[in-house]
Design a protein. Sequence first.
Length: 139
Amino acid sequence: MNHPRTATTSPATSPAPSRTGRSRAMLLALDVVLIILFAALGRDTHQHGLNPAGILVTASPFLVACLAGWLLLRRRLSPASLWPGGVILWLITVVAGLGIRALFGGGVALSFAVVTLCVLGAFLLIPRLAADLLARRNH
């Protein structure tokens, strides 16, 4: 008895992720790496040590805030674009990250908040600016 074949997609034949999807995933991964670098640089500057657990504890409020920002923005704005998604993501990462840090007893002195705003601004926005410039150049 012949049964109609049902279309199944095997991993080998499934469609590849779109270039945009891969670009966003790479940018999200870069955001994570740069936030961890921000924490490592801060810990090194203040002689708190560069042990991985300590770096992750320092980075965690900003990582949580950044990931939440990606989730919040992904439906309406592209967090991978410079404007307005990237700028809003940067501000969410800084403000929510500082808030989470304060809730768990971490320091949020004005000087730390200003440094956080500036460094994470550079770390989160410069890659988006470069990607936007490259995309415009290629079109």
